[in-house]
Design a protein around this ligand. Structure first.
Ligand SMILES: O=C(COP(=O)(O)O)[C@H](O)[C@H](O)COP(=O)(O)O
Length: 323
């Protein structure tokens, strides 16, 4: 490891996020914060970074950049890096190390608490006997359903498979473990089953200042169908999903993933010359979303900008950048 090259745990975390072994916005955020703490421990233990506070700071910023580059859409990742790196302070390497490890621990604890609080808010929207429809696998969305079950409500679920990566299987398993009866459907059956559903509950990778919800590809089509069927749809999203750069007019980058996730190379060759596209996320306009449920309460999508200004001011710092 050179002094600017991130330590092995950071490289391994970055690789696991890129390959989606670690996935889902909240899980990515805690993994990134924990990787910075590991970088701090490694940097304080050997090489120039162990004796030179400036080199230590530079190595943490470099680790931040490596993690930042893994997946572009989930804003919880840069928000986690912001939280930890903005709290890096001290004159000596040991002080710097302690500040990073402390901030990382506080961030992860805060994330867990926020998810619990958000779960209780979302659960209040669900009634005893309700059937919910889910898309992809969102720990924030599951927190709402699980909290409703803990409140003694009987909830069942229609779980969308979620092509191409089938994260619906993870949702199905976790809901089954929570005692929720599950019906698994392919994505294209969603409109057919909306007639049997009382609520749609999804997560978010980012929320834009205009209330647009960026989540797994297929969320926007589901939202339009739910509106047409008169089924309310909520997004469960902790405030780390609020995208500060959209306050100044930036748009959220939609990750394009490899075509092999959509079609295996052999079948593709058999078909012949075709174009394959694999966008991982889409944007649901605020008019198709009934509520954004956060740990600070529920909001109509159009009013989320007020909370965003309160939490982030007018913009977004980039503490991983070289000064
Ligand atoms: O779209 C996805 C996951 O996409 P991918 O599988 O491509 O990461 C989830 O709905 C959000 O990340 C929210 O998850 P959480 O509520 O756990 O943060």
């Amino acid at each position: 490891m050179t002094d600017t090259e991130p330590a092995a745990p950071v490289r391994e975390t970055a690789e696991s996020i890129a390959t989606m072994e670690i996935r889902g916005a909240a899980t990515i955020a805690s993994a990134a914060a924990e990787a910075l703490a590991e970088q701090a421990e490694a940097a304080a233990a050997s090489g120039e970074t162990a004796s030179d506070p400036a080199a230590f700071r530079a190595s943490l910023r470099a680790a931040g950049r490596t993690l930042r580059e893994t997946r572009p859409t989930a804003v919880s990742l840069p928000n986690a890096l912001r939280y930890v790196l903005q709290r890096m302070e001290g004159e000596t390497v040991d002080e710097l190390r302690r500040s990073v490890v402390g901030a990382s621990d506080a961030f992860v604890r805060q994330l867990d608490r926020a998810q619990e609080d958000l779960g209780r808010v979302g659960a209040n929207r669900l009634a005893d006997g309700d059937t919910v429809m889910t898309h992809c696998h969102s720990t924030d969305a599951l927190a709402c359903i699980e909290a409703a079950v803990e409140q003694g409500k009987s909830i069942s679920a229609v779980v969308k498979e979620t092509r191409p990566r089938q994260q619906g299987h993870i949702t199905a398993e976790q809901l089954r473990d929570a005692g929720v009866p599950v019906t698994l459907i392919v994505d294209s059956a969603a409109r057919r089953y909306l007639d049997e559903v009382d609520h749609v509950v999804v997560g978010a990778d980012s929320i834009a200042a205009d209330g647009g919800v960026i989540n797994k590809i297929g969320t926007s089509g589901l939202a339009v169908n739910a509106r047409e069927r008169g089924v309310p749809i909520m997004t469960a999203a902790q405030t780390i999903k609020l995208h500060p750069e959209t306050l100044t007019g930036h748009t959220v980058e939609i990750e394009m993933r490899d075509e092999s996730e959509v079609i295996d190379p052999e079948t593709r060759d058999e078909i012949g010359e075709i174009d394959v596209r694999n966008p991982a996320f889409d944007v649901t306009p605020p008019r198709y979303m009934d509520a954004i449920v956060t740990e600070q309460g529920q909001f109509p999508p159009e009013s989320i900008v007020t909370l965003m200004r309160e939490l982030f001011g007018e913009g977004a710092a980039e503490p991983w950048a070289e000064p």
